[in-house]
Each structure stands twice: as structure tokens, then as C-alpha cells.
Design a protein around this ligand. Structure first.
Ligand code: NJP
Length: 235
């Protein structure tokens, strides 16, 4: 298992849910952090660089990455986690939700990678982890546009692997099923929606991210798919 101590990571969508759990897990491993979210929450992590950053705005993403590199002198890990979802049949989806899912989940990932990549390459041992989804591997009812955005994330990350393997940057998709966060309730669900029963925790996902990042540098995890025991593997 490779040690992460002393590495520098940027985590997007770090203020809550999975991103916050990943940030805390990395902090416990001695990773120094740049934290991106619209609220700019630093999670109380000592020494973290945090500033308001909307991943839909390429300039704000560039600024957060630049501030992190300026402060710590390098960047080794980018965890592209910021994401939004909305659940309804396609024609019933609010057009604003459609725009937001594409802008945050797809463009936000592209902006994050564009800002981080030169530094990950320079690191010589870089890691890009995309928090995608089971919805990036199969189609789910009432999740058309969310699935489209997550398939885009998975496809982008897999294609990028061809450009980066030779320069020592590993590209991994982490694809969880349901995780009990604000997101899982989202638009179109309520706290008593049956799907929320038995979901995984953000810490479960953070553990998988740590597993991906701590593999010895002689191999890379392309994709991890894992689902709560309450979810069947079909659908
Ligand atoms: O979501 P939630 P999760 N710019 O709502 C931030 C995927 N996933 O942790 O900006 C920058 O608790 C927001 O912060 P703030 C999912 O697709 C989830 O569940 O301050 N940041 C907050 O920190 C997503 O990609 C499940 O409001 C923005 C965070 O994002 C990732 O996991 C299942 C932003 C969202 O926290 C994290 O989701 C699955 C913006 N424009 C995949 N907009 C699941 N939960 O079931 C939002 O397979 N944020």
C-alpha cells in the first residue's frame, strides 16, 4: 500500500456528503488539501486552502487550483466529486435542472481536469479520481439526464487514460450506488422515499477512494463499482 502523506489534493464538492468524507479521509492520511465548493467551507481542516468555487465557472476552478499549488507547491491528486442530480421522467424534468446537471457534472469535470492536469503531470505520480456513479454504467428510470452526465464522466475519464498512462497519471472512475447524502434526496425524492433505505455512507465511498489512491504505482484501478446490499445488481 502506497503512503499518501505529504501529497497535495484538490477535492471538488468538498463541503458536504461524499466530498467532505473524502477530504477528511485524505486529511487523516496526511494529505494537504485544496477544497472547492460554492460555500468555500474548509471543514475545519487545519491548513486547508478553501475558497468559494463554482465548478461551472472555469476561472473559479483555475483560481482554486492555482491557490492550492501556490500554497503547497505541487498537486498530486484531483478528486472530481462535485455533482448534482434531479429525478423525473425526461419531459417532466425542470429545464433549469437539466442545464445544471450538464454544467456541474460534465463541464465542471472538464474544467477541473483542465486546471489540475498540468500539475498532476508535473507531479510524476498523479491521480485523477472521478466520483461518477452506477448511473454512469447503466440506465436508470427517471434519471435520463443524470445518467447522460455520468456516462459522460466515465467516458471522458476512460478516454483520458489513453493520454495519461504514459506520463504517470492514473485515471479512475469510482462508481457507487446509493449513498445517503443531501444529494440522494435531491429534487423529486423525499426522506421517506423507499430507495433511501439501506444506502451506503459517504465514508464507505471515501474508503474506496483511499483504496484507489493507495495502490502501488505499478498498476491503476480503472473503475470501481459497488452498491448497497439493498440494491439489486440489475437496473
Ligand atoms: O452530494 P451532496 P453527494 N460548484 O449534495 C457541491 C455522486 N454520487 O456527496 O457548492 C461547486 O451531499 C456541494 O457544495 P456547495 C454525485 O453525482 C452520489 O451525494 O457548497 N461545488 C457539495 O459539497 C456527485 O458527483 C450518489 O453546495 C458544488 C457537493 O457538491 C458526488 O457523488 C450516488 C456545485 C454535493 O454534496 C457527490 O454527491 C452516486 C457547484 N456548482 C454518485 N454544486 C448518492 N449520493 O447517492 C454542488 O452513484 N456542489
Amino acid at each position: 500500500m502506497a503512503t499518501l502523506a505529504g501529497k497535495v489534493a484538490v477535492v471538488t464538492g468538498a463541503s458536504r456528503g461524499i466530498g467532505a468524507a473524502v477530504a477528511r479521509a485524505l486529511d487523516e492520511q496526511g494529505v494537504r488539501l485544496g477544497l472547492a465548493s460554492r460555500s468555500g467551507d474548509d471543514l475545519g481542516i487545519d491548513g486547508a486552502v478553501a475558497q468559494p468555487c463554482d465548478v461551472r465557472d472555469a476561472d473559479q476552478v483555475e483560481a482554486l487550483v492555482a491557490a492550492t499549488v501556490e500554497h503547497f507547491g505541487r498537486l498530486d491528486i484531483a478528486v472530481a466529486n462535485a455533482g448534482v442530480g434531479a429525478y423525473a421522467s425526461f419531459l417532466e424534468l425542470d429545464p433549469d435542472d437539466v442545464e445544471e446537471m450538464i454544467d456541474v457534472n460534465v463541464k465542471g469535470l472538464l474544467y477541473t481536469v483542465r486546471a489540475a492536469l498540468p500539475h498532476l503531470i508535473e507531479s510524476g505520480e498523479g491521480d485523477l479520481v472521478t466520483i461518477a456513479s452506477e448511473a454512469g454504467r447503466r440506465g436508470f428510470p427517471r434519471e435520463t439526464v443524470y445518467c447522460a452526465s455520468k456516462f459522460a464522466q466515465v467516458g471522458f475519464t476512460r478516454a483520458l487514460d489513453h493520454e495519461l498512462r504514459d506520463v504517470g497519471v492514473r485515471c479512475s472512475n469510482v462508481c457507487p450506488g446509493g449513498v445517503a447524502t443531501d444529494f440522494a434526496i435531491g429534487h423529486g425524492r423525499t426522506p421517506d422515499t423507499p430507495e433511501l433505505d439501506g444506502m451506503m455512507t459517504p465514508d464507505d465511498v471515501a474508503e474506496t477512494v483511499l483504496f484507489v489512491l493507495t495502490r502501488p504505482r505499478n498498476h491503476r484501478i480503472l473503475e470501481t463499482a459497488f452498491r448497497p446490499m439493498s440494491e439489486p445488481s440489475w437496473g
